[in-house]
Design a binder for this molecule. Structure first.
Ligand code: DGL
Length: 270
Protein backbone atom coordinates (compact mmCIF):
# COMPACT_ATOMS: atom_id res chain seq x y z
CA UNK A 1 0.00 0.00 0.00
CA UNK A 2 1.32 3.45 -0.90
CA UNK A 3 -0.69 6.68 -0.62
CA UNK A 4 1.81 8.93 -2.38
CA UNK A 5 0.70 10.50 -5.67
CA UNK A 6 1.48 9.33 -9.19
CA UNK A 7 3.40 11.96 -11.20
CA UNK A 8 2.32 12.41 -14.82
CA UNK A 9 3.84 14.89 -17.25
CA UNK A 10 3.74 16.12 -20.83
CA UNK A 11 4.90 19.08 -22.90
CA UNK A 12 1.47 20.62 -22.45
CA UNK A 13 -2.09 19.57 -21.87
CA UNK A 14 -2.07 16.51 -24.20
CA UNK A 15 -0.94 14.23 -21.37
CA UNK A 16 -4.20 15.01 -19.60
CA UNK A 17 -5.69 12.34 -21.89
CA UNK A 18 -3.43 9.88 -20.04
CA UNK A 19 -4.19 11.42 -16.63
CA UNK A 20 -7.94 11.20 -17.37
CA UNK A 21 -7.64 7.49 -18.15
CA UNK A 22 -5.57 6.89 -15.00
CA UNK A 23 -8.29 8.66 -12.98
CA UNK A 24 -10.97 6.53 -14.65
CA UNK A 25 -9.16 3.21 -14.27
CA UNK A 26 -7.59 3.92 -10.85
CA UNK A 27 -10.10 6.18 -9.09
CA UNK A 28 -8.38 5.98 -5.69
CA UNK A 29 -5.00 7.31 -6.78
CA UNK A 30 -3.67 10.77 -5.97
CA UNK A 31 -2.15 12.48 -9.01
CA UNK A 32 0.19 15.38 -9.71
CA UNK A 33 0.08 16.47 -13.35
CA UNK A 34 2.82 18.68 -14.76
CA UNK A 35 2.35 20.34 -18.18
CA UNK A 36 5.52 21.97 -19.50
CA UNK A 37 3.45 24.53 -21.40
CA UNK A 38 6.24 27.15 -21.29
CA UNK A 39 8.36 24.89 -23.49
CA UNK A 40 5.65 23.40 -25.70
CA UNK A 41 6.08 21.94 -28.32
CA UNK A 42 8.54 19.10 -27.63
CA UNK A 43 8.04 17.51 -31.07
CA UNK A 44 10.55 19.62 -33.03
CA UNK A 45 13.23 19.51 -30.29
CA UNK A 46 16.41 17.39 -30.24
CA UNK A 47 16.81 14.26 -28.13
CA UNK A 48 19.48 16.03 -26.05
CA UNK A 49 17.17 18.89 -25.20
CA UNK A 50 14.30 16.55 -24.35
CA UNK A 51 16.55 14.49 -22.04
CA UNK A 52 17.41 17.68 -20.15
CA UNK A 53 13.73 18.60 -19.75
CA UNK A 54 12.78 15.08 -18.65
CA UNK A 55 15.51 15.02 -15.99
CA UNK A 56 14.40 18.43 -14.68
CA UNK A 57 10.76 17.37 -14.45
CA UNK A 58 11.52 13.99 -12.88
CA UNK A 59 13.69 15.77 -10.25
CA UNK A 60 10.83 18.18 -9.58
CA UNK A 61 8.28 15.38 -9.21
CA UNK A 62 10.60 13.43 -6.91
CA UNK A 63 10.73 16.55 -4.76
CA UNK A 64 6.93 16.35 -4.59
CA UNK A 65 7.33 12.77 -3.31
CA UNK A 66 5.52 10.91 -6.06
CA UNK A 67 5.69 7.09 -5.96
CA UNK A 68 5.71 6.49 -9.69
CA UNK A 69 6.18 8.57 -12.85
CA UNK A 70 4.46 8.41 -16.23
CA UNK A 71 6.05 10.28 -19.12
CA UNK A 72 2.73 11.02 -20.82
CA UNK A 73 4.43 12.33 -23.94
CA UNK A 74 5.61 10.17 -26.82
CA UNK A 75 8.28 12.66 -27.88
CA UNK A 76 9.84 12.74 -24.40
CA UNK A 77 9.39 8.96 -23.91
CA UNK A 78 11.11 8.24 -27.23
CA UNK A 79 14.06 10.49 -26.44
CA UNK A 80 14.60 9.94 -22.74
CA UNK A 81 12.72 7.04 -21.15
CA UNK A 82 15.70 4.68 -21.15
CA UNK A 83 18.22 7.17 -19.80
CA UNK A 84 15.78 8.35 -17.16
CA UNK A 85 15.10 4.76 -16.05
CA UNK A 86 18.85 4.14 -15.84
CA UNK A 87 19.49 7.29 -13.86
CA UNK A 88 16.60 7.39 -11.37
CA UNK A 89 15.62 4.85 -8.74
CA UNK A 90 11.92 5.70 -8.90
CA UNK A 91 9.88 3.57 -11.38
CA UNK A 92 9.21 5.47 -14.63
CA UNK A 93 7.14 4.35 -17.60
CA UNK A 94 6.52 5.93 -20.97
CA UNK A 95 3.69 5.59 -23.45
CA UNK A 96 5.37 3.86 -26.39
CA UNK A 97 5.61 0.20 -25.28
CA UNK A 98 2.00 -0.13 -24.15
CA UNK A 99 0.67 1.36 -27.41
CA UNK A 100 2.96 -0.88 -29.49
CA UNK A 101 1.87 -3.99 -27.60
CA UNK A 102 -1.83 -3.21 -28.05
CA UNK A 103 -1.33 -2.59 -31.78
CA UNK A 104 0.44 -5.94 -32.23
CA UNK A 105 -2.40 -7.69 -30.39
CA UNK A 106 -5.05 -6.00 -32.52
CA UNK A 107 -3.69 -6.11 -36.07
CA UNK A 108 -4.98 -8.86 -38.35
CA UNK A 109 -3.02 -8.11 -41.51
CA UNK A 110 0.15 -7.26 -39.52
CA UNK A 111 0.42 -3.81 -41.10
CA UNK A 112 0.50 -1.03 -38.50
CA UNK A 113 0.68 2.72 -39.02
CA UNK A 114 2.10 5.24 -36.56
CA UNK A 115 1.57 8.98 -36.53
CA UNK A 116 3.52 11.28 -34.23
CA UNK A 117 5.79 14.28 -33.87
CA UNK A 118 9.17 14.61 -35.57
CA UNK A 119 10.97 13.60 -32.37
CA UNK A 120 8.90 10.42 -31.99
CA UNK A 121 8.95 9.29 -35.61
CA UNK A 122 12.64 10.03 -36.24
CA UNK A 123 13.60 8.05 -33.14
CA UNK A 124 11.83 4.97 -34.62
CA UNK A 125 10.85 4.12 -31.04
CA UNK A 126 7.55 2.58 -32.20
CA UNK A 127 9.20 0.50 -34.92
CA UNK A 128 11.58 -0.98 -32.33
CA UNK A 129 8.81 -1.48 -29.76
CA UNK A 130 6.46 -3.17 -32.26
CA UNK A 131 9.25 -5.43 -33.50
CA UNK A 132 10.11 -6.42 -29.93
CA UNK A 133 6.59 -7.95 -29.77
CA UNK A 134 6.38 -9.24 -33.36
CA UNK A 135 9.37 -8.90 -35.68
CA UNK A 136 7.24 -9.76 -38.72
CA UNK A 137 4.85 -6.83 -38.47
CA UNK A 138 5.28 -4.09 -41.07
CA UNK A 139 5.32 -0.60 -39.54
CA UNK A 140 4.56 2.48 -41.62
CA UNK A 141 5.42 5.81 -40.04
CA UNK A 142 4.17 9.31 -40.78
CA UNK A 143 5.33 12.56 -39.19
CA UNK A 144 2.32 14.75 -38.40
CA UNK A 145 4.03 17.92 -37.17
CA UNK A 146 1.08 20.31 -37.16
CA UNK A 147 -1.47 18.24 -35.25
CA UNK A 148 -0.35 18.82 -31.64
CA UNK A 149 -0.35 22.60 -32.24
CA UNK A 150 -3.97 22.48 -33.41
CA UNK A 151 -5.00 20.40 -30.42
CA UNK A 152 -3.11 22.62 -27.97
CA UNK A 153 -5.08 25.56 -29.41
CA UNK A 154 -8.31 23.61 -28.87
CA UNK A 155 -9.01 23.25 -32.63
CA UNK A 156 -10.00 19.60 -32.95
CA UNK A 157 -12.77 19.72 -35.55
CA UNK A 158 -13.40 21.65 -38.75
CA UNK A 159 -12.48 21.83 -42.42
CA UNK A 160 -8.87 22.93 -41.92
CA UNK A 161 -7.88 20.14 -39.54
CA UNK A 162 -9.69 17.57 -41.74
CA UNK A 163 -7.76 18.72 -44.80
CA UNK A 164 -4.45 18.43 -42.94
CA UNK A 165 -5.23 14.97 -41.52
CA UNK A 166 -6.33 13.74 -44.98
CA UNK A 167 -2.95 14.75 -46.36
CA UNK A 168 -1.09 12.98 -43.55
CA UNK A 169 -3.08 9.73 -43.79
CA UNK A 170 -3.05 9.38 -47.59
CA UNK A 171 0.07 7.19 -47.80
CA UNK A 172 -0.85 5.16 -44.73
CA UNK A 173 -4.23 4.32 -46.31
CA UNK A 174 -2.44 3.29 -49.53
CA UNK A 175 -0.15 1.12 -47.41
CA UNK A 176 -3.26 -0.83 -46.34
CA UNK A 177 -2.72 -0.55 -42.59
CA UNK A 178 -5.51 -1.99 -40.44
CA UNK A 179 -4.29 -0.46 -37.16
CA UNK A 180 -3.13 3.09 -36.46
CA UNK A 181 -1.18 4.06 -33.37
CA UNK A 182 -1.94 7.61 -32.23
CA UNK A 183 1.68 8.18 -31.25
CA UNK A 184 1.12 11.48 -29.49
CA UNK A 185 -0.89 12.06 -26.34
CA UNK A 186 -2.60 15.04 -27.98
CA UNK A 187 -4.18 12.91 -30.71
CA UNK A 188 -7.00 11.11 -28.85
CA UNK A 189 -8.79 14.47 -29.06
CA UNK A 190 -8.69 14.06 -32.86
CA UNK A 191 -9.94 10.45 -32.86
CA UNK A 192 -13.34 11.22 -34.40
CA UNK A 193 -11.82 13.10 -37.35
CA UNK A 194 -9.05 10.55 -37.86
CA UNK A 195 -11.50 7.63 -37.77
CA UNK A 196 -13.78 9.36 -40.26
CA UNK A 197 -10.89 9.78 -42.72
CA UNK A 198 -9.20 6.40 -42.29
CA UNK A 199 -12.49 4.45 -42.27
CA UNK A 200 -14.28 2.56 -39.54
CA UNK A 201 -12.54 -0.78 -40.19
CA UNK A 202 -9.16 0.58 -39.03
CA UNK A 203 -8.50 0.31 -35.28
CA UNK A 204 -7.07 3.39 -33.56
CA UNK A 205 -4.75 2.74 -30.64
CA UNK A 206 -4.61 5.51 -28.05
CA UNK A 207 -1.52 5.70 -25.89
CA UNK A 208 -3.69 7.16 -23.13
CA UNK A 209 -5.80 4.07 -22.47
CA UNK A 210 -2.94 1.63 -22.88
CA UNK A 211 -0.54 3.55 -20.64
CA UNK A 212 -3.19 3.81 -17.92
CA UNK A 213 -3.63 0.02 -18.00
CA UNK A 214 0.11 -0.39 -17.57
CA UNK A 215 0.11 1.99 -14.59
CA UNK A 216 -2.59 -0.16 -12.94
CA UNK A 217 -0.68 -3.39 -13.58
CA UNK A 218 2.58 -1.95 -12.23
CA UNK A 219 0.98 -0.59 -9.05
CA UNK A 220 -0.88 -3.85 -8.41
CA UNK A 221 2.19 -6.03 -8.92
CA UNK A 222 4.38 -3.82 -6.73
CA UNK A 223 1.69 -3.63 -4.05
CA UNK A 224 1.75 0.17 -4.43
CA UNK A 225 -1.93 0.91 -4.95
CA UNK A 226 -3.58 3.46 -2.67
CA UNK A 227 -5.95 1.61 -0.42
CA UNK A 228 -7.62 4.49 1.42
CA UNK A 229 -11.17 4.94 0.28
CA UNK A 230 -11.27 8.73 0.42
CA UNK A 231 -11.62 11.11 -2.50
CA UNK A 232 -8.23 11.39 -4.22
CA UNK A 233 -6.30 14.64 -4.45
CA UNK A 234 -5.44 15.99 -7.92
CA UNK A 235 -2.91 18.76 -8.49
CA UNK A 236 -2.37 20.41 -11.87
CA UNK A 237 0.79 22.38 -12.55
CA UNK A 238 1.70 24.43 -15.60
CA UNK A 239 5.19 25.80 -16.30
CA UNK A 240 3.67 28.59 -18.41
CA UNK A 241 0.55 30.74 -18.37
CA UNK A 242 -2.20 28.82 -16.63
CA UNK A 243 -5.17 30.51 -18.31
CA UNK A 244 -5.11 28.27 -21.40
CA UNK A 245 -4.59 25.22 -19.21
CA UNK A 246 -7.66 26.15 -17.20
CA UNK A 247 -9.69 26.88 -20.32
CA UNK A 248 -8.87 23.73 -22.33
CA UNK A 249 -7.69 21.33 -19.64
CA UNK A 250 -11.14 20.15 -18.57
CA UNK A 251 -11.94 19.13 -22.12
CA UNK A 252 -8.74 17.08 -22.39
CA UNK A 253 -9.23 15.52 -18.99
CA UNK A 254 -12.92 14.82 -19.37
CA UNK A 255 -13.66 16.41 -15.98
CA UNK A 256 -13.49 19.86 -14.47
CA UNK A 257 -10.18 21.41 -13.46
CA UNK A 258 -10.74 24.07 -10.80
CA UNK A 259 -7.22 25.11 -9.99
CA UNK A 260 -3.87 25.21 -11.81
CA UNK A 261 -0.57 26.17 -10.15
CA UNK A 262 2.13 27.95 -12.15
CA UNK A 263 5.64 26.68 -11.42
CA UNK A 264 8.64 27.59 -13.58
CA UNK A 265 11.40 25.04 -14.17
CA UNK A 266 14.63 26.46 -15.62
CA UNK A 267 14.43 29.15 -18.26
CA UNK A 268 11.78 29.21 -20.97
CA UNK A 269 13.06 27.68 -24.17
CA UNK A 270 16.06 26.10 -22.45
N1 DGL B 1 2.14 15.23 -26.42
C1 DGL B 1 3.40 15.15 -27.10
C2 DGL B 1 3.64 13.72 -27.54
O1 DGL B 1 2.96 12.80 -27.08
C3 DGL B 1 3.58 15.98 -28.34
C4 DGL B 1 3.33 17.41 -28.37
C5 DGL B 1 4.56 18.26 -28.57
O2 DGL B 1 5.08 18.40 -29.68
O3 DGL B 1 5.00 18.79 -27.54
O4 DGL B 1 4.51 13.47 -28.33
Amino acid sequence: MNDKPIGIFDSGIGGLTVAGEVMRQLPNENIIYFGDTARFPYGPRSAEELKKFVFQIVEFLRGEEVKFIVIACNSASSAALEVAQEHFYIPIIGVVESGARAAVQVTRNRRIGVIGTKATILSSAYVKAVHAFDAGVKVFQQVTPELADFVEKGEVVGKEIERIIKGYLKTLIEDDIDTLILGCTHYPLLSATIQKIIGKEAVLISSAEEAAKEVGEMLTRKGHKRKINEAPNYRFISSGDKSKFLELGSRFLGREIKNVEEIKLGQEGN
